[in-house]
Design a protein around this ligand. Structure first.
Ligand SMILES: [Zn+2]
Length: 440
């Protein structure tokens, strides 16, 4: 079992930010047997007092989009190591995608993942995502009802788009009938065979085959049309371009049931970061992900979308890969993806909140309540009577991000070695108190 058990806790004097209630005030939080209380209970054992003056307390985070590599590649990440990374990052729940090996397209795999989560002893909830189509091949829709019975909580072929309109329509309708959200990876691969980086000046300078922004926007528009026609909701994964942001914003204004997420790397970096090459002048595979880092104007559009709610939530797209599939094999051959669970809050606080671009309560909303709405889970709050799921944040200094110290088994972090303003100082999940990144 990880963390320390606390039966009766008084968290004294934190700045308590509760986006679900629109409150932001310095006050105490009292917890008894894993539940937040409004007043001191009679007959309870004496409270353990934690002095939290100077810290921020907020509802713990939820990540609708992570990749753990179990089954298939326990060297890069297991369910247990992924949940440990989530604890350090301040998360109470994560959604694990289906592009494992074998693909999670049948109940036995969903059940095995849930067993691994239970065996890990982590208090973080694992929500399992079933593939939308068998083998992520885009042809035959998975038995979603059977997957739901086995415990699956969402549907996605993430890593690949569902190319055929008729198949995607069937996925949306069947998932809607079961009450499962669909997370759509929007990409038009025929536009960029062999593409590895955003089609722009940086890729051209480095001689890298490009991935145009239109690849994403075209499929986002297709999904919006399907959602509009069927009335079945769709959630767009890792929004990365100004054109796709505009499509989602316009669709939402018309009442189309579409939601969207953005990843920390797309909110904090751009394709210009590709020019921060390795010592030998070659591009760094830790900046290779799909969708790729886009132009500065795209990044600013995604930040604007986070601010105005066009982007409902932050999703890390935590994609661990062993070094042999990243820096060791060079940029072009490297796998797509970067890790994010243990650095998401710190990076976003540093780049967006500390710079005055996004108010802290908005970022906390997008990492908690917004993500819960997308995932159709109860919206987290720090109101009395709610489960005590609280992240403690220290925003008072600069802290080093050291991937070598992460709980994740992988090190493919584009922010490794940076000093950032803000960190997760701790996590309370019901009756368990856990350290955050940097320890406590
Ligand atoms: Zn994806």
């Amino acid at each position: 079992m990880r963390g320390r058990r606390v039966r009766h806790l008084l968290l004294r004097g934190a700045r308590v930010v509760d986006p679900a209630r629109g409150t932001d005030e310095v006050r105490d939080l009292r917890v008894l047997d894993g539940v937040l209380l409004g007043a001191e209970p009679r007959g309870a054992p004496p409270a353990e007092v934690v002095e939290a003056g100077g810290l921020v307390a907020a509802p713990a985070f939820l990540d609708p989009h992570v990749h753990f590599r179990e089954p298939g590649d326990g060297r890069s990440e297991t369910v247990a190591s992924g949940l440990a990374a989530a604890e350090r990052g301040g998360y109470r729940a994560v959604f694990a995608m289906a592009n494992t090996d074998p693909v999670n397209d049948r109940p036995g795999i969903t059940a095995a993942m849930l067993r691994s989560a239970a065996a890990s002893g982590s208090p973080v909830a694992l929500h399992v995502v079933t593939a939308a189509t068998l083998g992520l091949a885009g042809r035959e829709v998975v038995d979603l009802a059977a997957q739901k019975s086995a415990g699956a909580a969402a549907v996605s072929d993430d890593g690949k788009p569902v190319l055929e309109d008729a198949v995607m329509e069937e996925v949306l309708l069947r998932a809607a009938a079961l009450g499962l959200p669909v997370f759509s990876h929007c990409e038009t691969p025929s536009l960029h065979p062999g593409g590895v980086a955003h089609d722009g000046p940086a890729a051209r300078r480095l001689g890298l085959p490009g991935i145009p922004g239109e690849s994403e926007a075209r499929m986002v528009r297709r999904d919006i049309l399907l959602a509009e026609r069927t009335g079945a909701p769709v959630h767009v994964c890792h929004l990365s371009t100004a054109a796709a942001v505009e499509a989602v914003r316009e669709a939402k204004a018309r009442g189309v049931p579409v939601t969207a997420e953005a990843a920390p790397h797309h909110l904090a970096l751009s394709d210009e970061d590709l020019l921060r090459t390795l010592p030998d002048g070659s591009p760094d595979a830790h900046f290779k992900m799909n969708p790729p880092l886009r132009a500065l104007a795209d990044r600013d559009a995604v930040v604007g979308a986070l601010l105005d709610g066009t982007v409902d939530c932050v999703a890390t797209d935590h994609a661990p890969h062993h070094a042999s599939r990243k820096r060791e094999c060079g940029f072009v051959k490297a796998s797509f993806g970067v890790i994010g669970l243990e650095n998401a809050f710190a990076v976003l606080h540093d780049r967006l909140v500390a710079t005055g671009r996004v108010p802290l309560p908005v970022l906390l909303e997008r990492m908690g309540a917004g993500a819960a709405r997308v995932a159709r889970l109860p919206v987290p709050t720090l109101a009395p009577g709610a489960p005590a799921e609280v992240v403690l944040l220290d925003l008072r200094g600069e802290f080093p991000l050291e991937a070598a110290r992460f709980a994740s088994l992988s090190r493919n972090c584009p922010f490794d070695g940076e000093r950032v303003r803000g960190r997760v100082a701790g996590l309370l999940l019901r009756d368990r108190l856990l350290p955050g990144t940097g320890g406590q």
